[in-house]
Design a protein around this ligand. Sequence first.
Ligand code: FES
Ligand SMILES: [Fe+2]
Length: 333
Amino acid sequence: MIATDTGRCPLPIPIGWFQVLFASELEVGDAIPLRYFGQDLVAFRTESGVAKVVDAYCPHMGAHLGYGIRENAGKGPRVIGESLECPFHGWQWNGEGQCTHIPYANNPPPRVAKGESILGAWPVREINQQILVWYHPNGAAPDWEPEALAEASEDNAEWTAFDIHEWEIHAHMQEIGENGVDGAHFHFVHGTSDLPETALQEFDGHQRRGKFITRQPTPRGVVDGAIETCSYGTGLSVVRFTGIYDTILLANITPVEREISRAMYAFIQPSATSETLGKTVGKAIIANICQQMEEDQIIWQRKQYFERPLLCDGDGPFAKFRRWYSQFLVEPA
Ligand code: FES
Ligand SMILES: [Fe+2]
């Protein structure tokens, strides 16, 4: 049994758009149980191809809607048309949370007859080959939209297919996010030769843009490069690495529990050189970034959150970062 609420960080789960699956993980007719935001959910893809996410427990008698029965045992329950069929008594639920069919009722319950949304239904977007949901503890509607990235579209032949890496990290989302303004840790935790120079830190509404200038030693001498990050809320980031070999990382992090977060990283690199430089330098860059995640976790999974850390002038703009982040920290009503 893993402690999910360790009390090392007192902050609530942040609001926003968060990735729950890669689009390729959910084919037409699939239904998959999910655990995010401290809640049990089910994702399914309807026969018309639309991804839906609903609460896991059937309002009839509480069966979990993510586990099939009989010929569907071991996978999700049946998807019929635009609805998911509950394995317990066959009631059907659509992605809007309405009950669309009760196979044996002559008089459906009034809420069903009225077409009420009874089962919790989550706002979903499918973008950049990812399935995103909007989380707000009090059910407020989205007040911004995720952005499409041309390089991450499935039919963009100039960039390689996703190279996916995932981690479950026992830390609050904000502790992980602070890495993005923490220039000094790169040297000590990740062994970079110099402290990277911060060229930009911009906070604007739900977005944050950051740029580090890097000097990377290679067998052919030091190569100047840059790491540019654009974050959309606390869960979605696009990171561009330039210098040695162009790499784009879609770095998404989603709260599983208040103090457990899931990192879903998808790397893309230029297709033109994927069989040459991509095989050596390109792969090495990805391996290095993944190695950094392993290193960071040694700190993140044990550290304590301090409301007033003892900062010095060489530290990054932590106060600004936390002010920006605080707009997303909404306590459940
Ligand atoms: S519990 Fe779902 S149909 Fe009965
Ligand atoms: Fe790091």
